[in-house]
Write a protein that binds this ligand. Sequence first.
Ligand code: C5P
Length: 304
Amino acid sequence: MLDLAVFPVNIITLLAPAKINLALHVTGRRDDGYHLLESLVVFTAFGDRITVEPAETDRFFMSGRYGQHLPDDQSNIVVKARDALRARIGDAAMPVSIHLEKNLPLASGIGGGSSDAAATLRALVRLWDHNIPDDELKAIGLGLGADLPMCLHGRPLIARGIGDELETLKDFPRLPLVLVNNGHEITTPSVFSALQRRNNPSLDPLPDSATPPAITAYLDRARNDLYPPVRDRIAPEISEVMDMLVRTRARFARMSGSGGTCFGIYDNDRTAHEAAGAISTLRPDWFVTATTSLPAGGMPHGWD
Ligand code: C5P
């Protein structure tokens, strides 16, 4: 009989959390066209899942609600992440099977693709047992997308620059959230190009005490500068998504990233679940989920 202890099967599964821009200020534009941002970002307990394991030849496959909607070839950011890391590691990067459980809606402002790529990099570094300094991993990530570095971080932060200069927040609460998306895919470049103003005021400093009420009061004074172009020109029906969050008594509601996913912050997990249930009942075809933000400290489940 085969003694499995002699052939340990190395299977690694990591959460690829949704990225939520609690606030997003566009403060300028670089000569190369990329925009300068200041964003308060958290990640959620709900997300995609990446599983990697050794294989005879490379494999990549998807499952989940949105798994049928993405290409499984070289154009998939997960495959790009695998190949970029392999180019850095060389022969030690053995063939691998990668499974993406795609639970997050596509082109929806919550960093799904970037988070999948970040989780792929983290998982493969471990599977291939290769020590890569975080700065180098971040540089590989940045080559795949501006949101990759923050997704590699995976915990509450303030992002500046084009989203690649990260300030870790040591003290930030776990927030009960509902995420809502009406299925309208929005491409990020279209939103940036529809911006009317690119030199907007910076984020204020965070409150000294990071309690949920202090954070929502702070957010009331902040903005998502990408919301006006989406609401006024690109996808006006997003107003209905915001209305649903307000009508279900969210303490605070806003669009994340370039949309169209919007989030509500609720008083507790019960009210968040009730709100998600009510919205799903009214709009059964929408993506609606109650979740929480991952608090400061440590890495998302399985990343350490
Ligand atoms: O880097 P990533 O592929 O995620 O960005 C998608 C697009 O969004 C870029 O090609 C650019 O048009 C726009 N973008 C931007 N400024 C940023 C991030 C993204 O203009 N800071």
